[in-house]
Design a protein around this ligand. Structure first.
Ligand code: NAP
Length: 469
């Protein structure tokens, strides 16, 4: 928690005091906080940040998105925890902005407000049968195996032999890896216990990954597809590989070229013997999910590519095929959700903004003192580190506006604390999170795992009560 403040007004003995609310404790929220605290451009301004998070636990998609077999990526959370341990930062976990505190209240009590709430939902395919049991968002499966409290009650029927995943991004790669690898190789990670138990019983032996365009347009990173190829007991193959082999890798650069070269090598080699398979299938779109009472097959349409205005799109050929599958995941991207009172561009699922400055509409009109960073600013693209440059851009605008924008008199820090207390909101502080963290690590150690996460908000609060009692 914060050290005692020198004064509760807008100026201190150190000069001007700026109180900022950052909403959303994922990577974008932490990087925004970090840049604000590290700013040196305005030596007379001392910045204090209150970081709000709907869940008791911080770290956003690093905790509940990054796959359990990618533990090295999760190490960034140590840096995040250092940021929020700074005496100029307060962590308000378990506080839902829009419910426990309104947007208008944040604007009243803080000099500047930054939304870093990420992209909370998924995109839909929009094909018949999508709502059938057995058809799921990949993001729900990711939340489930990662022990995200919103998804621990979800159920996935892993009795199917074949699973189809629609989309060729890195989320599709994560889901394919978790579904197809030998469960023993996940046992020491932070995967939720119930998910590990379900995967041990899983009958899934084949994952078909569907790309609507060609190998040249696949969205996965070269390392991610290569990781699948290196899984023990798993073979990777390419269906109807002619279109992949016909590509001229030299005509491409960067990841596309690496992917083409790798996939052509896969297509040329003899298929390995293995009981578990991952099949890649390009130029194919699902046009319907079919089955009686649950998904049983996917109706696919073969595509051809069309170039227009420098963009390559997939066009159906009218050539259809049925592919049997007991479980289907759509992995075609996340999508942002609106926040009450904050201008939102419903077409693209982002807060209306210009380089991080929130605007009244998608076409302009700056809203003073209001900002955004991360996926809710730019859309659900990029790796964790992409949020650094993105947060920097927003913080630069915030600091620039201090010189020219309207001045506001933020409330003293205790006002928000009292408001939440009066409303009976159980705020999780940084110290509380540290205790939860220690408990999870200790519970994991007993099972030979990196960590065992609390599966519900209630169990987190109970554990903290037990410590206090
Ligand atoms: P993504 O990278 O945007 O990939 C979405 C995929 O869905 C693309 O292959 C896209 O194909 C396809 N798609 C979209 N609409 C479709 C439709 N109607 N029918 C069929 N296919 C469709 O999204 P993501 O996988 O959710 O990943 C989000 C971000 O997180 C990405 O930047 C990703 O790199 C990052 N991430 C990184 C890691 C990692 O580094 N390990 C792990 C997870 C996520 P088109 O290209 O044809 O549109």
């Amino acid at each position: 928690m914060l050290a005692s403040w020198e004064m509760s007004g807008a100026t201190t003995s150190r000069g001007r005091r700026l109180r900022v609310a950052v909403v959303g404790a994922g990577p974008a929220g932490f990087y925004t906080t970090d840049y604000l605290l590290r700013q040196r451009e305005l030596p007379d301004v001392s910045i204090e940040v209150d970081l709000f998070e709907r869940l008791p636990t911080p770290h956003g998609l690093v905790r509940s998105g990054v796959a359990p077999d990618h533990q090295s990526i999760k190490k960034v959370t140590k840096a995040f925890d250092r940021i929020v341990s700074d005496a100029r930062t307060r962590y308000f976990g378990n506080v839902a902005v829009g419910k426990d505190l309104t947007h208008a209240e944040l604007m009243q009590h803080y000099d500047q407000v930054v939304y870093t709430t990420g992209a909370a939902t998924d995109r839909k395919l929009g094909v018949p049968g999508e709502e059938l049991p057995g058809s799921h968002a990949a993001t729900a499966f990711v939340g489930w195996y990662n022990g995200h409290p919103d998804f621990t009650e979800a159920r996935f029927d892993l009795s199917a032999q074949r699973v189809v995943i629609v989309g060729l991004g890195n989320v599709a790669m994560d889901v394919a890896r978790v579904l197809i690898q030998l469960p023993a190789s996940l046992a020491a990670t932070d995967i939720a216990d119930y998910a590990l138990a379900a995967l041990r019983q899983s009958q899934v032996r084949e994952v078909v990954l569907l790309g609507r365009r060609s190998a040249a347009e696949a969205a996965f990173s070269p390392r991610e597809i290569q990781d699948i190829d290196e899984l023990e007991g798993v073979t990777l193959s390419i269906d109807q590989a002619e279109s992949t082999l016909a590509l001229d890798a030299a005509a491409f650069s960067g990841d596309a070229r690496k992917n083409i070269e790798f996939l052509q090598a896969v297509a040329r080699r003899p298929e390995r013997e293995a009981t578990r398979r991952v099949r890649l299938r390009f130029l194919s779109s699902p046009v319907a999910l079919e089955g009686t009472g649950k998904v049983d097959r996917v109706k696919l349409e073969r595509n051809r590519l069309q170039e227009r205005d420098g963009h390559t799109s997939a066009v159906g050929t009218g050539d259809y095929e049925l592919l049997k599958a007991g479980l289907v995941f759509r992995s075609i991207g996340y999508f942002g959700t609106p926040l009450p009172g904050v201008p939102f561009d419903a077409a693209s699922g982002v807060i209306c903004n210009e380089h991080g400055r929130v605007t009244e509409t998608a076409s302009g009109g700056i809203v003073p003192r209001l900002y955004t960073a991360g996926w809710i600013k730019r859309g659900p693209v990029g790796l964790i580190g992409t949020n650094k440059t993105d947060a920097k851009e927003t913080v630069d605008k915030m600091l620039a506006d201090l010189e020219s924008g309207p001045r506001h008199n933020a409330s003293p820090p205790e006002v928000v604390t009292h408001l939440l207390n009066d409303r009976g909101v159980r705020v999780i502080s940084q110290a509380d999170w540290r205790r939860l963290d220690e408990l999870e690590i200790a519970a994991g150690a007993k099972r030979g795992k990196v960590r065992e996460k609390f599966a519900s908000v209630a169990s987190m609060l109970q554990a903290l009560d037990a410590i206090r009692a």
